[in-house]
Design a protein around this ligand. Structure first.
Ligand code: ATP
Ligand code: MG
Length: 577
């Protein structure tokens, strides 16, 4: 079975169980400053998992593009990629454990679907602790499906619990499915430590809310204490790795041997026959991830998403200078499924980055040599990286570098605290603070003012909101002058003063387009969408929300910065005072 066939089968299966199929969201989370990339299928659905009504209903499924930079050191083993596709099904306050588990089992084992051998499957469930009891409910359902007791492992929070990303929020136990990939017969007893058991699917049951116990916080010397209460809306959130399951269905030991990787690896063998197996895997993974990041309109840079992209590209270029033929293969493989990868800009960007990298290598290596030392400090390494773009890995080929110090300097530069960087992944709770919601509404007003002052060619090219400020990228070729900036501020502030109502309606995408609602992600919306309108069509946008009720709640709008973001794209940072 090919990966395309498996993707389709999964969606067909859940369609047959009355699920609606969503398109994949972007790899770049909208309006969520807590994470750089989408790391799981649930991530774009967070507002709905928190109780907001989804326009397509309570049963959803999709294939979601995911990127986990946290897994980068594992890349090249049998099962880890940075970019992968996660197949997911969700119940938003609808079905519960019994249906979720039975359907996972049916899809995996029924001859009509995947027909995997039952005696090669094992599961884990939450063992229970002081916060929440053992998940006997899940274990019983597995047993009712004839999964033997020896194939059910009970594991602690560290393994079988999801969330919350922050200190409080929805959370719950999960149950995971594993497949035996060893050469010998699968042992009767499931040992989660044995690497031959590969995790393929995870079902999360959100049933609790983690809350702060206020009185105790005061009593116990500011030591925060939490309690777990039952959640009003219980949700199911699942994730199955497309590449891992494709490998298993084809009796392949590694995800790098599946149909979606073979053309890339073969091309690499042609380009450079001396590469070792692990090197080939790393290049193939990194270029694939890079193509998908660029397809979501990120360009290499020294900060944020662009920094991750540049590192992936340059790490791959270390082994294969010309990534263009590989990128073309990837565009071929995925073009039908993810049309955004069919973008000539990707090739252009890769060529530019190749040339920049060649220059960086030459001058950077020269600078490194000029230090005339076999061991350099992290500061020195960072300065060379910062000035010439020479990657750490390449410096390490030449000299010894104090890596800890280098990373510290880099993080300082990027303004990301260590904790922030670690929190980035597995997180995913979008920020619904009042300040953030207000800035989100201000973003809609800003776009409408930009179009009024600069022209209707202005389209949203990116948005990122923290509780402190909004950041908005839009298509426009020229720097804004101070008069234009003042005008824009004036228009937005005038709309705020007018106290305009914000209304939300659900409608078919077609209807929304007919009404002239602005759509940022053409071709990526579900059939039914939410349209937020401010006043009498001051602004009308397809958007997931949330928004405030009336513009009078916003305060004073002020643009604090206007700069270039990338070719043809300007960036505005603004605040509400
Ligand atoms: P592992 O412990 O094997 O890294 P995980 O616990 O991080 O897996 P989840 O966060 O539960 O995995 O993700 C759901 C599913 O997504 C997994 O069951 C697996 O099939 C797939 N998956 C997770 N991480 C990766 C990865 N780096 N590459 C490919 N597939 C992955
Ligand atoms: Mg993992």
């Amino acid at each position: 079975m090919t990966s395309n066939e498996l993707r389709q089968k999964f969606l067909d299966f859940f369609k047959s169980k009355a699920h609606k199929i969503l398109p994949s969201a972007s790899l770049i989370p909208e309006n969520d400053p807590t994470v750089l990339f989408t790391t799981a299928g649930m991530h774009p659905l967070v507002p709905y998992l928190l109780g907001e009504k989804h326009p397509m209903g309570k049963r959803l499924a999709n294939a979601q593009k995911c990127l986990r930079t946290d897994d980068i050191d594992e890349v090249g083993d049998e099962t880890h990629l940075t970019f992968f596709e996660m197949m997911g099904n969700w119940s938003l306050g609808d079905y519960w454990k019994e249906e979720a588990i039975k359907w996972s089992w049916e899809f995996l084992t029924s001859k009509k679907w995947l027909g995997l051998a039952k005696d090669k499957l094992a599961v884990s469930v939450f063992a229970g602790d002081q916060d929440a009891p053992r998940d006997n409910e899940a274990a019983k359902i597995w047993q009712s499906l004839a999964v033997s007791k020896d194939r059910i492992a009970y594991l602690p929070k560290s393994e079988n619990w999801w969330g919350p990303a922050g200190k409080t929020g929805p959370c719950g136990p999960d149950t995971e499915m594993f497949y035996w990939t060893g050469d010998k017969k699968a042992p009767a007893e499931f040992d989660p430590e044995d690497k031959n058991w590969v995790e393929i699917w995870n079902n999360v049951f959100m049933q609790y809310e983690k809350k702060l116990k206020m009185q105790n916080a005061e009593l116990k010397n500011n030591k925060e204490e939490y309690e777990y209460t039952k959640l009003q809306q219980r949700n199911v959130d699942t994730g199955m790795g497309l590449e891992r399951v494709t490998a298993i269905l084809n009796n392949k030991k590694s995800v790098y041997e599946i149909d979606a990787f073979v053309p890339i690896i073969n091309e690499l063998k042609l380009l450079n026959p001396d590469l070792k197996e692990r090197e080939m895997r790393i290049i193939a993974d990194h270029i694939r991830a890079s193509v998908f990041i660029m397809a979501d309109r990120i360009e290499p840079s020294n900060i944020g998403h662009g920094y991750v992209l540049r590192r992936l590209i340059r790490k791959a270029m270390r082994y294969a200078r010309d990534l263009v033929p590989l990128a073309k293969k990837i565009m071929n493989i995925y073009g039908d499924i993810y049309p955004e990868v069919n973008n000539a800009e990707i090739i252009k960007t890769l060529k530019q980055e190749r040339d920049k990298f060649a220059a960086a290598l030459e001058i950077g290596l020269g600078a490194l040599k000029a230090l005339a030392s076999k061991k350099i400090s992290g500061r020195q390494a960072f300065d060379i990286y910062q000035t010439y773009g020479l990657p750490l890995e390449i410096m390490q080929d030449e000299v010894k570098v104090n890596e800890k110090e280098f990373k510290k300097a880099l993080e300082e530069h990027q303004g990301v605290s260590r904790k922030g960087a670690e929190k980035k992944f597995k997180a995913g709770l979008a920020d619904h603070k009042e300040e953030t919601v207000k800035l989100h509404t201000a973003t809609h007003l800003l776009l409408s003012a930009l179009r009024e002052v600069l022209g209707v060619h202005v389209k949203q090219a990116g948005s990122n909101i923290t509780p402190e400020r909004l950041r908005f990228d839009f298509t426009h070729n020229q720097k804004l002058d101070s008069e234009q900036i003042e005008k824009i501020e004036e228009i937005v502030n005038q709309k705020i003063k007018s106290g305009l109502q914000i209304t939300c309606c659900e409608m078919l995408l077609e209807e929304a387009e007919q009404r002239g609602a602005l759509a940022t992600f053409r071709g990526r919306y579900p059939d039914k969408v939410k349209v937020y309108t401010i006043g009498d069509k001051v602004s009308c946008e397809i958007c997931a929300g949330p928004h405030i009720k009336n513009t009078s709640e916003l305060g004073k709008f002020k643009i604090i910065k206007e700069e270039s973001s990338s070719a043809g794209v300007r960036r505005i940072k603004a605040v509400l005072e």
